[in-house]
Design a protein around this ligand. Sequence first.
Ligand SMILES: [Zn+2]
Length: 130
Amino acid sequence: MSFVSHKGGCHCGAVRFEVDAPADLDVTECNCSICSKSGYLHLIVPKSRFRLLSGEDNLETYTFDTHEAKHLFCRKCGIKSFYILRSHPDGISVNVRCLDDSTITSINITPFDGRNWEANIDQLTPLSDD
Ligand SMILES: [Zn+2]
């Protein structure tokens, strides 16, 4: 699979990152309590394909319930542009809505029933580096 470098970040521009992923993106739309309220679209990648370019000092962490997921948001503008998932603690979830669209060819959205997380988590593909 060939990757392009997508750039993205928060709304105010303090947090910027790069993520290596295909130009045709397969993303996950989760209906759990936090994803549905924020309209988050997940692109889940290994940490090795994610680089934080700026804004580390602007990141605030929010956790709830099991406190396994680390919801990182910009303390200035409040936007969660990426975070660390409960399902893939070795990975990063990038919010596709926060990517610059110039490098994206298409977005294919697959729903995930995160309201019933324990029953459905096996449906998410494990991370691989290829
Ligand atoms: Zn910001």
